[in-house]
Ligand binder design. Structure first.
Ligand code: NAD
Ligand code: TDX
Length: 335
């Protein structure tokens, strides 16, 4: 198989590229990433010289940069590339529309024109909006996004659906819950809290800290996408999640405990605008139809992740230098 993977220098994309090289060493992977603040070639250092992995710096919304690649012909396209951080989408929604909607449409159009056999859109549970105290998101839950980020991902999902219905493109959409693991950019809850705790800086918990997320170890997300790529039925959506609901305070307390840091570092700050209260995923469809099973339980996965960050302080220092500091000041100064 020859596969185009977009966003393969980001958190989940790089984990997926490493997973594919390990599990399918004969597949040819073309990895396209614009290397925004979130893209980092360090994540791919171990496969730098692998003959079946080729990195190309390009923007998914730029047709003329992509077309020469599509001319080679791909069996599959897997689209991870996105602006992915909710807080940034509140500050600058326009880049989310550009990359997440226009970028996806550009990839769909080229996939149609160059007869790509399978298009997998890596989407998110956030397109469903928020849950109350009970219930789970199923694939039939109405789309009701609440942030510019999730609205742009929902827009992309609808275009993917339309390219299937209108043009017969063989598509799948995956909607996964919150991922954690190695190489996650420290704007997201878990690496941000690890980084701050290690530096004895305040841990900024939004609102009352009781918002709930359903955490999944990144490798389990990769194995789900692997199954969807190889076995997904045309046009279908698959939810992905491991039923690991935790509120943010529980997550933060685990990090403090593991690092031997005091709870007094917790600092309650102004809530995120439009902050979704609770996400929880019903993954019965992918479990029953494709036989997916997560391997990692949350208790082990979070400890493993903390150990990874402790062992990769240089990686953390590198990604947290430069523009990250400016972002951090802007995001947290008035909270
Ligand atoms: P990330 O921000 O870590 O990585 C995104 C990557 O996309 C970066 O390498 C960046 O350089 C690249 N990129 C951004 N704009 C681009 C453009 N215009 N052209 C080419 N490349 C571009 O994000 P992530 O957390 O790895 O998320 C990957 C995908 O998974 C996203 O589509 C996201 O919506 C989805 N997702 C994420 C989570 C999560 O918990 N992180 C959960 C469910 C779904
Ligand atoms: O400093 C913080 N303090 C805090 O309380 C940060 C960064 C977050 N939070 C809260 C907000 C959320 O309730 O922690 C929770 C998780 O926040 P994020 O890590 O920003 O993730 P979330 O908003 O849930 O979105 C993530 O999961 C779904 C990814 O960023 C998305 O790309 C994915 O689609």
């Amino acid at each position: 198989m020859k596969i185009l993977i977009t966003g393969g220098a980001g958190f989940i994309g790089s984990n997926f590229v490493l997973y594919m090289i390990k599990n399918y060493p004969s597949y040819e992977i073309i990895n396209v990433d614009a290397l925004t603040y979130a893209g980092n070639l360090e994540n791919l250092r171990t496969i730098e010289h692998h003959s079946n992995h080729k990195f190309v710096k390009a923007d998914i919304a730029n047709r003329s940069e992509l077309e020469p690649l599509f001319e080679q012909g791909f069996d599959a396209v897997i689209n991870f590339a996105a602006e992915s951080h909710v807080d940034r989408s509140i500050l600058h929604p326009e880049i989310f529309v550009q990359t997440n909607i226009l970028g996806t449409q550009t990839l769909l159009d080229l996939s149609k024109q160059y007869h790509v056999l399978k298009f997998v859109q890596v989407s998110t549970d956030e397109v469903y909006g928020t849950l109350g105290e009970t219930g789970l998101f199923t694939e039939d839950t109405p789309i009701a996004p609440n942030s510019p980020y999730s609205a742009s991902k929902a827009g992309a999902d609808l275009l993917v659906r339309a390219y299937h219905e209108t043009f017969g493109l063989n598509v799948n959409i995956t909607r996964c819950s919150n991922n954690y693991g190695p190489y996650q950019f420290p704007e997201k809850l878990i690496p941000l809290m690890i980084q701050n705790a290690l530096q004895d800086k305040p841990l900024p918990v939004y609102g009352d800290g009781l918002n709930v997320r359903d955490w999944l170890y990144v490798e389990d997300h990769c194995s789900a996408i692997d199954l969807v790529l190889h076995k997904g039925s045309a046009g279908e959506v698959y939810n992905v999640g491991g039923r690991n609901e935790r509120n943010n305070l529980q997550v933060v307390r685990t990090i403090l405990e593991e690092l031997g840091k005091p709870e007094s570092l917790i600092s309650y700050v102004k809530d995120r605008l439009g902050h979704d209260r609770r996400y929880a995923i019903d993954a019965d469809k992918i479990r029953h139809e494709l036989g997916w099973q997560p391997k990692f339980n949350y208790e082990d996965g979070i400890k493993e992740t903390i150990r990874w960050y402790l062992g990769n302080t240089e990686w953390m220092a590198q990604v947290a230098s430069g523009t990250y500091q400016q972002y951090y000041e802007t995001q947290y100064k008035d909270r």
